[in-house]
Design a binder for this molecule. Structure first.
Ligand code: AMP
Ligand code: ZN
Length: 511
């Protein structure tokens, strides 16, 4: 384990603090996952990629991390601030005439595939809200028993003003109760709430509501915030180390999560709250409700990983991002690199020019790695280069609140040294070369999670051509009635792990 101190910006204290896990080397890490009523967009991907870097860095430091990222499949209503309106997944189920879980299943496949294309590591546990109804009911009951929630006509509300008498309700948003009260509108039809900031822990289901469960308060469904309190407590305990999510979740979702956990267990649930800033388009937050979203498939180029998504439209094997706003498609790795060039707490504006510049940067980095693999140690040492100091600077950047932007600047210093050595302007010793390789292996591949995509793509392109040739030979053998030959080709392909399928439009194949 590397013992250098890691500093993390904590939204709770609004400063960078040294990271000290409750029970090292174990780290409990919870991130609010997506609500899967549609495809995740590039903005969501930025948030999950940022947390992937943190997960990877903690692992690199030797921590044993339990990374829990939930899937919201119930309770996230259309007006998420007021907690009113139709359930987002229920609405899609109604429109598409599908079961709500069919909606979630479909977009879960897509989400996991996009995450894999971006080379994010899967979380240790990916719990769903609907799979934890009992835990949410139990937590709600404990909050009622503690006198901080009340039942009204089949609904259970959290009593914010009562809670705020002995606790700081705005601890994470930095807003006073008065300010929040002044800026919250009174909604029609919510007279049963005692206070306008009160939020639902459990909601009574209207007759047309699809997703419903029995509870001590009648048939209904959980509020949006309680799922994260219930699932984080279940898998990480009443107090754990890190909780993350996008900054947009601070004022309502995370404010209420803290209130619920404190209201239930009497303890502050999380030591370090970490929030990612938004990906924007022309300065405006990318969001499904604003309709300004880019889907990864509209942007990515390359091979899809799986072809087994239950989506309604037949999934293609190859991605050819064709969004009209973009001159060309980009590889997922170029997009990942683009995201890491900006620190996770700054906004990141998405544009053609920025992506093109990042693609060039990513290619320069990969090119330098190839050059590094071919470098030989020099005999006479002119310029003294301290690669060890460079390695330390890379750690310093990551230890300073996961500053990938500064890390990349240091990696480009490594690129400069590699190219200069290759041009015979600088001499490197074998131990320097080995250390540079270690820097690349650790920081570029393990921590930033970049892959040498260009090479994979080249290999894929060659394989495509070879397969076209083999299938053509098989078709010809069949046409010549040489079935021994055509069967042999098929059997040998199967042996090599290639499945082929004959259809009306010809023969297709997959690995
Ligand atoms: P949702 O599915 O809307 O609940 O969002 C899932 C996660 O993505 C949350 O942590 C959001 O904060 C985050 N998110 C949503 N929009 C953006 C955006 N434009 N940029 C970065 N993160 C976002
Ligand atoms: Zn959450």
């Amino acid at each position: 384990m590397i013992t250098q101190p890691l500093f993390i910006y904590n939204t709770l204290t609004r400063k960078k603090e040294e990271f000290k896990p409750i029970n090292a080397p174990f780290v409990g890490f919870y991130v609010c996952g997506p609500t899967l009523y549609s495809d995740v967009h590039i903005g969501n991907c930025r948030t999950f990629t940022s947390f992937d870097i943190m997960f990877r860095y903690l692992l690199h430091l030797g921590y044993k991390v339990r990374y829990v990222r939930n899937i919201t499949d119930v309770g996230h209503l259309e007006d998420e601030v007021a907690g009113e309106g139709e359930d987002r997944i229920g609405k899609q189920a109604r429109i598409k005439q599908l079961e709500p879980m069919e909606i979630v299943q479909r977009y879960s496949f897509g989400f996991r595939e996009v995450m894999a294309l971006l080379n994010t590591l899967p979380p240790s546990i990916e719990p769903t809200a609907s799979g934890h109804i009992i835990e949410q009911i139990e937590m709600t009951q404990r909050i009622i028993d503690n006198g901080l929630a009340y039942v009204e006509d089949g609904n259970v509300y959290f009593d914010v003003e009562k809670f705020a008498k002995t606790n700081n309700y705005g601890v994470i948003s930095g807003r006073s109760l008065e300010d929040q009260l002044d800026n919250t509108r009174e909604l029609d039809g919510q007279q049963e709430k005692k206070g306008r900031l009160d939020f639902a822990l459990w909601k009574k289901a209207k007759p047309e509501h699809i997703m419903r469960w029995n509870s001590p308060w009648g048939e209904g469904f959980p509020g949006w915030h309680i799922e994260c309190s219930a699932m984080s407590t279940k898998y990480l305990g009443e107090q754990f180390d890190i909780h993350g999510g996008g900054m947009d979740l601070i004022p309502t979702h995370h404010t209420n999560e803290i209130a619920q956990s404190v209201g239930c267990c009497g303890k502050t649930p999380v030591n370090y709250w970490v929030h990612t800033n938004m990906l924007t388009l022309n300065g405006q937050k990318m969001s499904r409700s604003l309709g300004n979203v880019f889907l990864p498939v509209e942007l990515f180029t390359g091979k899809k990983l799986a072809d087994n998504s239950p989506s309604a439209t037949p999934s293609q094997a190859v991605l050819e991002g064709k969004h009209p706003l973009f001159e060309k498609a980009f590889s997922p790795m170029a997009v990942r690199f683009f995201m890491m060039q900006t620190h996770y707490r700054s906004t990141l504006d998405f544009s053609n020019e920025a992506l093109q510049a990042s693609e060039k940067g990513y290619e320069r980095l990969m090119e330098a790695y190839k050059t590094l693999l071919g470098l030989t140690a020099g005999a006479n040492f002119g310029e003294a280069i301290d690669i060890k100091a460079l390695q330390q600077k890379c750690y310093d950047a990551m230890n300073d609140d996961f500053n990938t932007s500064v890390l990349i600047a240091n990696l480009f210093e490594a690129v400069r040294i590699i190219n200069s050595c290759n041009d015979k302007k600088t001499n490197l010793s074998q131990s320097d070369i080995d250390l540079l390789k270690l820097i690349f292996d650790n920081f570029v591949f393990d921590i930033m999670g970049l892959k040498r995509e260009e090479e994979n793509n080249k290999a894929n392109a060659v394989l495509d051509k070879v397969m076209d040739l083999v299938l053509e030979m098989r078709t010809k053998a069949k046409a010549d009635k040489n079935f021994t030959q055509s069967d042999l080709i098929r059997d040998k392909l199967v042996e090599a792990g290639v499945t082929i399928k004959d259809g009306k439009e010809g023969t297709s194949w997959k690995l």
